[in-house]
Every structure is written in C-alpha cells, then in structure tokens.
Design a protein around this ligand. Structure first.
Ligand code: COA
Length: 191
C-alpha cells in the first residue's frame, strides 16, 4: 500500500509547517508538538503519557528479546536478535511505545529508505495484550509524520489482507493509479 497522494501530488493540506505545541484542530484530532511538518494525530503524546506509555524514536533502551517476543506473539517468525539489531542500525525512522511500568516495547513500527524520496514501513506490531487501544495507530501516525516532516513523501508498506482496514484510514491506498507492488519470489518454474 502507498500513502495516498504520495506519487505525484503535493502534500495534503492537513500537513503544515508549524512550530507550536500540541493542540486540537477543528477536525478534533491533535497534532504533533514536533517542530516539523505536521501530520494529524489521534492521540497526543501527553495523553499516552497519562496512560503510562512513553514514545520512543531511537533504539536506546529497546530490549530486542522482548521485542522479538512481541513479533512472535503476533505471528511473525522469531528472528535472530543480532539480525534485528543490524536491521535497526539500517533503519531510517522508528517509533515505539514503552510501557513505563515494565519498560517493555508494547507497540513498534519502523521505516527504511533512501532518506530523501522513498520509505517503506516494516514491522508494525502491537503486543496482543495492548491491541485495540489506539497504540498501532499512534505509532504509524508518528512514523508517517516523521517521514513527511523530512520531506519523504513516497511511503509504502506491505499489508496482510486482514489489516488493510487498519491502514486505509491512515491514508494508505492499494494499487494507486493502477500501480501494483511486485516482490521477488524464489519459487522457480517447474521444468
Ligand atoms: C494491526 C495492528 C498493528 C493494529 O494495532 P492496534 O493497536 O490493535 O490498532 P488500534 O487500536 O490503533 O486501531 C486503530 C483503528 O484501526 C482499527 N483496526 C485495528 N486493527 C484492524 C484490522 N485488522 N482491520 C481493520 N481495522 C482495524 C481499529 O478498530 C481502530 O479503529 P478506530 O480508529 O475507528 O477506532 C495490531 O493488531 C497488530 O499488531 N496485529 C498483528 C501484526 C500485524 O498484522 N501487523 C501488520 C503487518 S501488515
């Protein structure tokens, strides 16, 4: 899926350059306090804090074993923590939510890319015990906002069919302008 309008159209009008702090806009969504191009947020950093969650944007303090457990809990294959560490080193942007009480990551999303034009979002996960309370939306909104704020407007992701409905309201569309995603497949034709 690709962020709506990200191929050739200008950035949505909801995105503004603004240096002010978090506030509620007329559409009743809060916007980030980050001094960057803004993207509407459904829940403010402060509201997350008040619920015992802290937002993180670097791998500092991120327990990779615990993150791996979240990956496995949602059905992703268990991965070598050393490889996760390398992947994070090559990650452009990440957003994760730490549960203050346990200091564990309960929601996570990251993006790789060329740092200028393109980014792909990976590993969007929320610990099953914390799903359905807005954390998935919170991390994707912030990740997209951070990328847009850096001028990266071609933002894509792979979505399992069962999660298309999660990404659509966040601005992602499948096959924009008929463009189809293709991935290399190792399956060889039978001779
Ligand atoms: C998909 C996932 C990240 C969503 O996270 P979450 O924290 O449970 O979702 P949120 O609570 O932020 O939900 C935000 C909105 O999306 C909706 N939503 C959540 N999951 C959805 C789904 N699978 N299909 C359609 N809508 C969904 C919610 O109802 C909510 O709607 P609202 O804003 O109208 O209230 C989470 O369920 C997850 O980790 N799933 C397993 C891993 C996975 O599939 N990741 C995506 C890989 S492609």
């Amino acid at each position: 899926m690709l962020l709506r309008g990200s191929i050739s159209t200008p950035l949505p009008s909801s995105l503004r350059l603004n240096l002010t702090t978090t506030r509620t806009n007329p559409r009743n969504v809060t916007v980030s306090s980050r001094a960057s191009l803004e993207y509407p947020l459904s829940i403010s950093d402060e509201a997350l804090e008040s619920r015992g969650f802290a937002l993180r944007r670097t791998a500092e303090g991120l327990n990779l074993e615990a993150l791996n457990k979240v990956f496995v809990a949602v059905g992703f294959p268990r991965r070598d923590p050393e490889k996760i560490r390398v992947a994070l080193e090559h990650t452009d942007s990440m957003v994760w939510v730490e549960q203050r009480k346990t200091q564990r990551a309960v929601a996570f999303a990251r993006a790789t890319g060329d740092g200028v034009f393109n980014a792909i979002i990976w590993d969007v996960v929320v610990d099953p015990s914390f799903q359905g309370i807005g954390l998935g939306k919170a991390v994707v909104e912030r990740l997209v906002g951070d990328l847009l704020g850096r001028g990266i407007s071609n933002i894509a992701l792979y979505s399992e069919p069962r999660v298309l409905g999660f990404y659509r309201p966040l601005g992602f569309v499948a096959d924009p302008d008929g463009i189809r995603g293709m991935v290399y497949s190792r399956k060889q034709k039978k001779k």
